[in-house]
Write a protein that binds this ligand. Structure first.
Ligand SMILES: NC(=O)c1ccc[n+]([C@@H]2O[C@H](COP(=O)([O-])OP(=O)(O)OC[C@H]3O[C@@H](n4cnc5c(N)ncnc54)[C@H](O)[C@@H]3O)[C@@H](O)[C@H]2O)c1
Length: 330
């Protein structure tokens, strides 16, 4: 049994975080910097949501001497100089979200999620990177016959987005098998917390209760989701960077406790002390009926388990929305 080095004993390392100005990437960069690592953050500030919000998310990292922000697009940038001396790659960059991945939108998903990942894997292999951690997604599962899903279940993505996340996960697997690149794919189950993307349901609910706007509910609200607090996702990444796991491994990172959308709406309303006004919309193509994952493998291989409950996490996210609104005056 190996012991995990403490902050005092661990040598500072050069880490690459792609998508460093995004929701998950910015939290990960902040945590790596706080423990003393040198971090190179890459982001091309895609317009999927406000680039200003991304600049705000990465601003605390940019204030640190041991952080370098490289504004570059992984689909076309010369990646060799970016990867020089990098110990671990945390590949968070992607075009997220299910709804825009249909129709003409698919090209963007394929290029940001598949082509960019393949270029990064190739460059990481060439650079001799020690570990490559990939932000995969529960969307690789689609609708399954039984829950919670386990990593050996046959992936059956239900959206074009899920197809692109699974394709990149397969690329991680084949760079591991063919070239020995030490990849680990973490299948995140819906992430929430401060800085959450504005297209996500908890973000929209927190804004609805804070501003009195109504919440657009897609479908009848019976869809089941499992949410994972962002600090738990960051912790899983740190553990995955150093765990003794076979190259090409995929692991569920799920927060525990599935909940229907209607129960979630009630919980946010209860915590905010107000009724949530609902605006009904038809269900959206690509939205799976349910997600929920077993964390047995994460516990066994990474020593990881969720620490933050949905209720506590939503309270923290509500506080973040309130502060943000008071700063921007809405
Ligand atoms: N948030 C979730 O609930 C969730 C769930 C499952 C998986 N994931 C995965 O986690 C990762 C992070 O998600 P997020 O919610 O933080 O998304 P996000 O959109 O907030 O962050 C992604 C960042 O990547 C950047 N980016 C995209 N394409 C790029 C490219 N070609 N070159 C450089 N930068 C690029 C974007 O500008 C953005 O800042 C993604 O890979 C996503 O698929 C997220």
């Amino acid at each position: 049994m190996t012991s995990t080095p403490t902050a005092a004993t661990r040598p500072a390392r050069r880490m690459l975080v792609t998508g460093a100005a995004g929701f998950v990437g910015s939290h990960l960069a902040d945590t790596l910097l706080a423990r003393g690592d040198t971090v190179v953050g890459v982001d091309c500030f895609t317009p999927y949501y406000s680039p200003d919000a991304k600049r705000a998310a990465v601003s605390s990292a940019c204030d640190q001497d041991n952080f370098e922000l490289v504004e570059a697009d992984l689909r076309s940038a010369d990646l060799a100089p970016i990867l020089e001396g990098v110990d671990t790659v945390f590949h968070q960059a992607a075009q997220p979200g299910v709804r825009l991945s249909w129709s003409d939108g698919f090209g963007e998903y394929a290029s940001h999620n598949v082509l960019a990942s393949q270029r990064l894997l190739e460059a990481a292999h060439d650079a001799g990177v020690r570990r490559f951690v990939y932000a995969s997604s529960s969307s690789v599962y689609g609708n399954q016959d039984r829950y919670p899903t386990v990593e050996s279940d046959l992936p059956r993505p239900y959206s074009p987005y899920g197809v692109t996340k699974l394709a990149a996960e397969h690329l991680c697997g084949l760079y591991a098998e063919n070239w020995g690149l030490s990849t680990v794919s973490l299948r995140y189950f819906t992430v929430f917390g401060p800085r959450q993307r504005p297209d996500m349901s908890i973000h929209r609910l927190c804004e609805a209760v804070g501003t009195g706007a109504s919440f657009p509910r897609f479908g009848d609200g019976a869809q089941i989701r499992e949410f994972t607090y962002v600090s738990d996702i960051v912790a899983a990444n740190l553990l995955a960077a150093d765990a003794d796991v076979a190259p090409g491994t995929s692991v569920n990172i799920a927060g525990g406790g599935e909940i229907t959308l209607n129960e979630l709406i009630a919980m946010v309303g209860d915590l905010a002390g107000t009724e949530v006004g609902i605006e009904n919309h038809p269900s959206q193509a690509g939205d799976a009926k349910r997600n929920g994952g077993s964390t047995d493998k994460a516990r066994e291989l990474l020593g990881w388990g969720p620490q933050v409950s949905l209720r506590d996490g939503i309270a923290a996210q509500l506080a973040w929305h309130e502060t943000r609104r008071s700063l921007i005056g809405t």
